[in-house]
Design a protein around this ligand. Sequence first.
Ligand SMILES: [Zn+2]
Ligand SMILES: [Zn+2]
Length: 359
Amino acid sequence: MPAKNLSFVLQKPNHVSFEDRPVPELHSPHHVLVNVKYTGICGSDVHYWTHGAIGHFVVKAPMVLGHESSGIIAAVGDKVTTLKVGDRVCLEPGIPCRMCVRCKEGKYNLCPDMAFAATPPFDGTLAKYYSLPEDFCYKLADGTSLEEGAVMEPLSVAVHVVRQAGIKPGDRLVVFGAGPVGLLCCAVAKAYGASKVVSVDINEERLAFAKKYAATHTVVSRKESAEEAAKRINEECGLGLGADAIIDASGAEPCIQTALHAIRIGGTYVQAGMGKPDINFPIMALCTKELNVKGSFRYGAGDYATAVDLLATGRVSVKELITGKVKFRDAEHAFHQVKEAKGIKTLIEGPEDEQVNGS
Ligand SMILES: [Zn+2]
Ligand SMILES: [Zn+2]
């Protein structure tokens, strides 16, 4: 018997298996069924895989992993008007309640009742089929491949971060961390007209990539005090009295401390990276420079549409970030690659039709 809905399931930390699960039902006439074609893996998937939890989200029952996916519409509910069978789409993998105060004010990414893929208890997208309401599927432009469609999720994260940073033409920005989200933040900020985009990381290979990809300047992190590092970044990159905006996409305590010293008076700081839950934070700099300090969580109203458009119009390119592809049965390999920071994005192909005999 061919598998109906082959799925990649986290059973418990460091233990995954393949299961043939039922094809999801359309929960409303507005839902569609997507045949998943490509899925990228990010730090959060790896964290669940290795630790079984992120903060208060704890995996208590087997859960399908993955949330960065593209695919082809396989079925549509009776009331679907914007999509048809065969359409190529990227998936926005979190459904808010649409009824709470945060949802109603347009910040649905802050909905406390969000059902987000591969965040317990909700299954993720590493399966043959995944179901979503039609308005959480975005049609890909003709020139955008399904592979690029799988990178739309981290691109939407970057669109949201750069929106939080309020980047406008002429701004000088520093981005700590040259992983996928940091790199994409550089690309989006450049598309928005930032005049300087500085990428900072400890990994020189990643910085060489950042320089080719979207950064105007790169700085290698060293062991030095936060004040010294900030002074060096501002001198090496001609940032004068400091950057207009700084994004931390590393989550690393020394980077966060350096950022607060490297930013100009009245500048904006955005925390995008997730690291230790508590750190030493230079709060005096925040106070005396009157900084705008913001968080950034996933993506909200308009972010996916903007990401799709940035790719469609060629203002941002993501092809370069796709450094590997593995078959569905080799999905765990992609997790190892992210864990070991190998390549930039490894995509997992959707399951092919095959026989199942247990796992
Ligand atoms: Zn992700
Ligand atoms: Zn809500």
